[in-house]
Design a protein around this ligand. Structure first.
Ligand code: SAM
Length: 249
């Protein structure tokens, strides 16, 4: 999808910020880009297993705020699913922007602010309350706790899987990420696995920032970005996606 949007990336220099296990690294490599990538955590080891054999990949363990690659040298800088989990979103965007070469493009996404995320349940969603609780637990107990919660709530979500209204009510009680109406998976087991994985992801992240699309747009304008295109996703993705360009001079 992104390769299509970028146009021709073969032979171009791409910087993939915070690769995780490397799903976007893989796409960039598959389309012929020369990729420099990093991640702060041991996720780099997973990316090394998945993509490390590729001759066009340079992968390091590092902080997005101290990127150990040459500045202003990348045709494409891609950072998805990350910025909201850093201490300060704007500072992270600025560090990524410094890597884009004149004429190059930056692609980022960000969690989108909405009232339901910040109001306590039952006015807002239940996730924020569970997350607050779970982050108080010792690290080694968190997965067990999230699994117990998922094992409790998932059968209820599943039982009412064809009732959109009930799912809307459940979101105010349960932190479980339930994807039945979002996309098709082969079976119940797979929905459960996605639910467990993303419920853990959504309730144990230390930093979680939200921004309105106007804030992202204003910040990109402030740092001098051109041709800013913002897309807001109601379903799927992380909420806001932004693509922009650095001027040629
Ligand atoms: C939700 S994952 C997304 C990974 C990948 N971009 C993807 O979409 O599959 C967020 C990643 O950001 C990394 N991360 C968080 N803070 C970071 C920082 N300050 N510097 C570098 N990586 C960071 C985490 O280690 C994690 O692998």
């Amino acid at each position: 999808m992104y390769a299509r949007r970028f146009g021709q990336i073969k032979g171009k220099n791409g910087f993939g910020g915070c690769s995780g296990a490397g799903r976007f690294t893989e796409i960039l490599l598959r389309h012929g880009a020369i990729v420099h990538s990093l991640d702060y955590s041991s996720a780099v080891d997973a990316n090394a297993i998945n993509n490390g054999q590729h001759q066009n990949l340079t992968l390091v363990q590092a902080d997005i705020l101290r990127i150990p690659f040459p500045k202003a040298s990348y045709d494409y800088v891609v950072c998805l699913g990350v910025i909201q989990h850093t201490p300060n979103s704007e500072e992270s965007i600025k560090c990524l922007w410094e890597m884009v070469k004149p004429g190059g493009q930056l692609v980022i996404d960000h969690y989108r602010w909405n009232l339901g995320l910040v109001l306590p349940p039952p006015l807002g969603g239940a996730e924020s309350l569970y997350r607050w609780l779970i982050l108080k637990l010792p690290m080694k107990s968190r997965f067990k706790f999230v699994k117990a919660i998922t094992d409790f709530w998932f059968p209820i979500h599943w039982f009412f899987r064809n009732y959109a209204l009930i799912q809307r009510i459940l979101v105010r009680l349960s932190p479980v990420h339930f994807y039945y109406s979002h996309f098709e998976l082969p079976n119940r087991k797979m929905y459960y696995e996605w639910a467990l994985l993303d419920t853990y992801d959504g309730t144990t992240d230390y930093y979680k920032n939200y921004r309105h699309e106007s804030q992202i747009e204003k910040f990109l304008e402030k740092i001098g970005a051109k041709d800013i295109k913002i897309t807001v996703y109601a379903k799927g993705g992380n909420g806001i996606e932004a693509i922009c360009r650095k001027s040629d001079v």
